[in-house]
Design a binder for this molecule. Structure first.
Ligand code: PLP
Length: 374
């Protein structure tokens, strides 16, 4: 007996994890804020999603234009051969150890889907990247949130949280949204203590922004740690957030599994050529780094002057405590500045502010000063 029309839906049978998901809340697009508040989009500054304020590398733009000029209707190279070769040469790694992703978000999900079954555990820190609990829920895994050690990762507590049911650990360094950083030596000691049957995704979305004295080479660690997956993205320092491309580096046994759950054409043709082009654009990479250092100084100095508490950042954004962050955020939107409220991270008094161009940072500083003093 069927019961069509009696209010029964396939949605009823969805897993508890999926039903309990709160969708990822992105930074608000300029067009949406302009429409809602009746503002001129040209006057709005977006410092909400940690994008590269320089725009794309001119070399990426040229590479994309060249592809478009041909007007090829074919599928992309499912293996991303040319980009993998370029990455292998650039980072001194084996091309066969690379998995390309539609953004590194894709890579995070592939790791969870390939390695974790329903009911098994995924460990991550409180105030870590919000995608980790989302991925855990979506695949019916048990997300284990380990208390922070003052907004950063408590590595000892994370080790202690690993049980026989644990299959995966997510760890971002530097972390988003806090901007906190774990020194390479301490991180390596942690990785060496993770049991060999537990994989670690080391999410290095902001690694290009590390100062020279902070840098370490996790891609080299992969050679002696068979349970390590390093994840990188072209969305931040490489300026390709809109094209969606990232990658994972892991030993062949894990890379093979990631390849099995990957969609065959997960990285599009334009993203492939744009990524290869910016990888060869040392000048753009240097300018991105320098602009970010300058912007971090500009924002920190302003927050100091305003007497605001903030977390010294190793990324391209700053987490700052403003009190009633929802109200301050509303006022900033009306002033034409989009930043990121982080109440969904359990940080209702804080805002995360991406580093922009000097004049964009100044607009934010002027608006914030007016709001807090007014
Ligand atoms: C921005 C970010 C990513 C990258 O996302 P993409 O899907 O590559 O755009 C991954 N991890 C963290 C911690 C991030 O902040």
């Amino acid at each position: 007996m069927t019961t069509h029309g009696q209010g029964v839906s396939p949605a009823d049978g969805a897993s508890a994890g999926v039903k309990g998901l709160a969708p990822y809340k992105p930074g608000r697009p300029i067009g949406e804020v302009a429409r809602e508040l009746g503002l001129d989009p040209a006057g709005i500054v977006k410092l909400a999603s940690n994008e590269n304020p320089l725009g794309m590398s001119p070399k990426s733009v040229a590479a994309v234009q060249q592809v478009l000029a041909v007007g090829d209707a074919r599928y992309p190279d499912a293996n991303g051969h040319d980009l993998k070769q370029a990455l292998a040469a650039h980072y001194g790694i084996d091309a066969g150890w690379i998995t390309l992703g539609n953004g590194s978000n894709d890579v995070l999900e592939l790791a969870a889907r390939a390695l974790v079954g329903p009911g098994q555990r995924i460990v991550y820190s409180r105030y870590a990247f919000v995608v980790y609990p989302l991925v855990a829920k979506a695949i019916g895994a048990v997300g284990v949130e380990v208390p922070d050690d003052g907004l950063g990762h408590d590595l000892d507590a994370m080790l202690a949280a690993i049980t026989p049911d644990t299959r995966l650990v997510f760890l971002a360094n530097p972390n988003n949204p806090t901007g906190t950083f774990i020194e390479g030596e301490r991180l390596l000691r942690f990785l060496e203590q993770v049991p060999p049957q537990v994989a670690v995704v080391l999410d290095e979305a902001y690694t290009e922004y590390l100062r020279p004295e902070q840098r370490y080479d996790a891609l080299a660690w992969v050679k002696r740690l068979p349970n390590l997956i390093v994840s990188r993205t072209f969305s931040k320092a490489f300026g390709l957030a809109g094209l969606r491309v990232g990658f994972a580096v892991a030993q062949p046994a894990i890379t093979d599994l990631l390849g099995r759950v990957r969609q065959p054409f997960n990285v599009n043709t334009l993203a492939l050529v744009a990524a290869q082009a910016v990888l060869a654009d040392a000048d753009y990479q240097q300018r991105s780094y320098a602009l970010n250092q300058q912007g971090l100084k500009q924002l920190s100095a302003a927050f100091d002057a305003l007497g605001l508490t903030y977390v010294p950042s190793s990324g391209n954004f700053v987490l700052v405590k403003v009190g009633d962050a929802a109200a301050v955020n509303d006022a900033l939107l009306r002033a034409g500045v989009i930043v990121r409220p982080v109440a969904n991270y359990g940080l209702p008094e804080w805002l995360r502010i991406s580093v922009g161009l000097p004049e964009e940072n100044q607009k934010l500083i002027d608006a914030l000063t007016k709001i807090l003093k007014g």
